[in-house]
Design a protein around this ligand. Structure first.
Ligand SMILES: Nc1ncnc2c1ncn2[C@@H]1O[C@H](COP(=O)(O)OP(=O)(O)O)[C@@H](O)[C@H]1O
Ligand SMILES: [Mg+2]
Length: 614
């Protein structure tokens, strides 16, 4: 699995550094074909409308030719016939307008709904990816996938498919009409086709490079901004603003330059095409004009010809430009599908144990557990730990000792390398994820709040949990006082990450969130680390209440938080080096005792306490 992710990352890198790498068109269209089939009626309607619109448009010059040659030049003074022709002309342009409109609408409708379902599938898929995936892929690049890659797919429908049908058919129709009018003159015009093709191909690869460069630089800029925004507090704490500003400026400049280059290339290409167009017209005026003067060609035919040749170049130009969009859509589709290809590493077994959540008592067994991230050094080494139902266990240890990793394994964010973890005898790998995550409730240091009301945040938008249950949970841990002080009480809207609330308030809300789900096992990972002493006390009291009747694991910096635990574990370098009650550990005169003495000496300075264990 890790290998697959690695490969995928290599692909990513290849995308960035070798933009010319050939995209796989075949597989791209195969990927989309299922979606297209779903909307085949709409697409059929689109093609029909396109045919009608093009026919109506291209018959217009032909009609003028008839008016000129059969009416004006024939000298019948046939006013009625002329009027009829004008009427038909108007009808044609109206239907061309109407069917172009329909054609666009149908395509938009199909394209948008396909993109919407791809976006939804992508989001759902990302939400199921293993934690190890997020360790490796920066969130900025995921944001790019969901936003700009799906946008590129959108453009594929709105531009590439549209142009391929509309402009492709237009070209074919024009050629047919021109041959119908005068085969010889048409052949003269076709002499220019190799020249057009030559120029288009020459420009194409150049334009592709400039285009890719602009996209690559944009994606770098976007992920830079996204990562900066999410790490803003770090930047400010470490006074990195100037450095980040500089980096931003560099990326921004690079993107700017790439854009200017792209636009310049486009302009040169377009003008070249225009010149070619004018050369073609000059040729026709010369050859055709000579024939008209020699009475070998009717004037109306010459008129129609000039009009068609004008119309001939525009579609070629548009189609060539679609090449860029096709390229970026292909890259985007490949990238999106390569994400789809990543299987959720941690998936329910087909025959997962169905446990009755209420029947779980909360016994935890770690047997010979070893674990490391990716292929790295083990961070948990041959660890054995047995926790009784209802036991309150405190865990202390230096930063990096492996405390959080231990918890991640219990929650099965990762799978163990060796050994097993069992809850009431069920291996966590045999439990369904949804059961496991309701049995084990985890409160972390940085609780995440969603944009929504306090109420919704506590019950995690689960309408099956009543308002009363939420109120009860909040009262139970003493959060109600704080919440009732808020502007709209439980209906106060919180912004993302709960800005506007203090760390303690957020922590209390997340605590209540865990409680409404009534987990049998409750884990607090440094949940009290950032709190002021008043809030810590609130949590402390709440902890005392909620730990009754459930197995509780508390990882804490401050020894005061865990002093009353049934058992305290001291962890160092992925192993449990001491365990016992507060008193037993003091009597043992080991790490814990030293830690405690330091904490006493320098109250609150957990850093010194950490140093003591090292
Ligand atoms: N997502 C991760 N990817 C790679 N290494 C990690 C990851 N999380 C933690 N580690 C490493 O694992 C070790 C244990 O970390 P952790 O369990 O977070 O310790 P603690 O919670 O005790 O501070 C550390 O060396 C840390 O650098
Ligand atoms: Mg930790």
């Amino acid at each position: 699995m890790a290998q697959a992710i690695n490969n995928w990352q290599m692909d990513q890198k290849a995308d960035l550094h070798a933009p010319q790498a050939k995209p796989k068109y075949i597989s791209t269209f195969k990927a989309l074909s299922g979606y297209i089939r779903e909307h085949r009626l709409t697409f059929a309607g689109f093609i029909l409308c396109t045919l009608i619109a093009i026919t109506a448009e291209l018959l217009q010059p032909y009609l003028v030719k008839i008016a000129i040659d059969d009416n004006l030049m024939a000298g019948h003074n046939d006013y009625r016939g002329l009027l009829i022709i004008c009427g038909i002309y108007l009808a044609l342009s109206l239907s061309s307008f109407l069917f172009s409109y329909l054609q666009n609408n149908l395509l938009q409708k199909a394209g948008q709904s396909i993109v919407a379902s791809i976006r939804k599938r992508l989001f759902n898929h990302i939400a199921k990816l293993p934690m190890s995936y997020f360790d490796r892929v920066p969130s900025g690049s995921l944001i790019t996938h969901v936003s700009s890659d799906t946008e590129a797919i959108n453009q594929f429908f709105n531009q590439v498919v549209l142009s391929l049908f509309r402009d492709g058919l237009t070209l074919v129709f024009i050629l047919v009409l021109m041959f119908e009018l005068d085969p010889q003159l048409t052949l003269y015009c076709l002499i220019l086709v190799p020249v057009i093709a030559g120029i288009a191909i020459a420009f194409r690869s150049f334009m592709r490079n400039t285009y890719q460069m602009a996209r690559t630089r944009l994606s770098r800029l976007v992920s830079f901004v996204a990562e900066n925004l999410s790490g803003m507090n770090l930047i400010q704490v470490f006074h990195q603003q100037e450095e980040q500003k500089k980096q931003f400026r560099e990326r921004n400049d690079a993107y700017f330059k790439a854009n200017v280059r792209e636009i310049r290339t486009n302009v040169v290409f377009n003008r070249t095409f225009e010149i070619l167009n004018n050369i073609a017209i000059a040729l026709i005026v010369w050859f055709g004009g000579r024939s008209v003067l020699g009475a070998e060609l009717e004037f109306g035919v010459l008129y129609a010809f000039i009009t068609y040749i004008r119309m001939f170049f525009q579609p070629i130009n548009t189609i060539t430009q679609q090449w860029n969009t096709l390229q970026s859509a292909t890259v985007a589709i490949n990238r999106v599908w390569s994400i789809f290809a990543i299987q959720p590493e941690i998936d329910d077994k087909p025959a997962a144990d169905k446990v009755e959540r209420q029947a779980i008592r909360g016994r935890i067994d770690f047997d010979g557990v070893s674990f490391g991230y990716g292929d790295g050094e083990p961070v948990i080494r041959d660890l054995n730990l047995h926790i009784r139902p209802g036991e309150l266990v405190g865990i202390v240890g230096t930063t990096g000792a492996g405390k959080s990793s231990l918890i991640s394994l219990l929650c099965r964010f990762y799978d163990v390398r060796e050994g097993s973890i069992r809850i009431d005898g069920h291996d966590v790998r045999d439990l369904r994820q949804q059961d496991l995550h309701r049995i084990v409730g985890l409160v972390q240091q940085e609780p995440y709040l969603y944009s929504g009301t306090v109420l919704d945040n506590v019950r995690m938008f689960d309408p099956s949990i009543s308002r009363e249950e939420v109120l009860r949970a909040c009262q139970f841990i003493g959060a109600d006082v704080i919440i009732e002080r808020m502007q709209d009480g439980y209906d106060t809207r919180l912004s993302e990450r709960g800005s506007g609330l203090s760390a303690g308030e957020r922590q209390l809300i997340s605590f209540a969130r865990i409680l409404v789900f009534q987990p049998k096992i409750l884990i607090l990972d440094e949940a009290t680390a950032n709190l002021d002493s008043h809030t810590e006390q609130l949590i402390q009291q709440a902890l005392h209440l909620v730990s009754a009747g459930r197995t509780t694991l508390v990882i804490a910096h401050r020894l005061s938080t865990i002093m009353g635990a049934d058992r305290i574990l001291v962890m160092s370098r992925g192993e449990i080096v001491e365990q016992g009650t507060h008193q037993q550990l003091l009597d043992a005169r080991g790490y814990y005792e030293e830690l405690y003495r330091h904490a006493q000496g320098q109250q609150g300075s957990s850093r010194t306490a950490d140093a003591a264990i090292r």
